[in-house]
Design a protein around this ligand. Sequence first.
Ligand code: F6P
Length: 319
Amino acid sequence: MKKIAVLTSGGDAPGMNASVRAIVRKSIYHELQIYGIMRGFQGLINGEIKAMRLGSVADTIHRGGTILLTARSPEFLTAEGQAKGIAFLQQEELEGLIIIGGDGSFRGAGVLEAAGIKTVGIPATIDNDIPFTDNCIGFDTALNTVTDAINRVRDTATSHERVYVIEVMGRDSGHIALLAGLAGGAESIIVPEVPFDLAEVCSRLTRGVERGKLHSIILVAEGAGSAIQIAKDIEELTRMEVRVTILGHLQRGGTPTAYDRILASRLGARAVDLLMEGTSGVMVGYYQAGIQVIPYGDVFANEKSFSWEDYKLAGILAI
Ligand code: F6P
């Protein structure tokens, strides 16, 4: 293998740049030609490619976002768009492609693989909803960002003796809400994986006030419902003063944590090795204390497990 490329796709995640850096530098170390495709799968369709050199990734390891830019490409979901992307890769004589992104990106990788293009996927999404990897790149940073936000909201919540409902991202999953809730000491955590019981949330609040709590924090995953509506319902039922904070896209930005940079570097370097060995159609993840190589089929057929133990623990610790 002499010529390979890398792209980032879907929602950006802190640590994507550290992964691109590792791929570029490891490729050059092995004397491969390495190219960056801009704007994810849309860039494949539009033919946006640039040669990457050692200096192309200088000063990027600590930066959030992605220097290759990213996109959600509706066009690549069509047969016509896919044919354009495949034709471009063949025309450029690219022998392998590393795709950094979430599950939608891996489905795109699967399409290319089926067309005979060798691909390796690297899991990067703050949602952390991909199985066979403890963490996806970006999750640890987002978790720390949300935990920090909870600390800040807690200061004002205590001062005013208020209830706060904080809405976090995660799409259809509750991993950010669960672990940030555990780390931030939330009174209740509302996630899509667990049926939501408003009466139980309210009775926790009332019990808290009775034992002298000055504030309460309720963490809601976006996939479980609207923080605004939940706050209204709580106000009606408890007559307490409730405020809402929707953290939104600030969860996706910021300098990646050391954990995310290390994970991104390890997975990026391994992805290059895999292509050189002729292995493709796989995701490279980190679980069971090591780097693991998992066929796309297994990734698609499984769901990331939700930690019931942590959910129960958070509930117990917030009594
Ligand atoms: O997948 C990452 C994510 O940030 C989700 O948590 C969120 O639902 C979605 O992307 C938002 O997407 P966009 O930035 O395209 O609005």
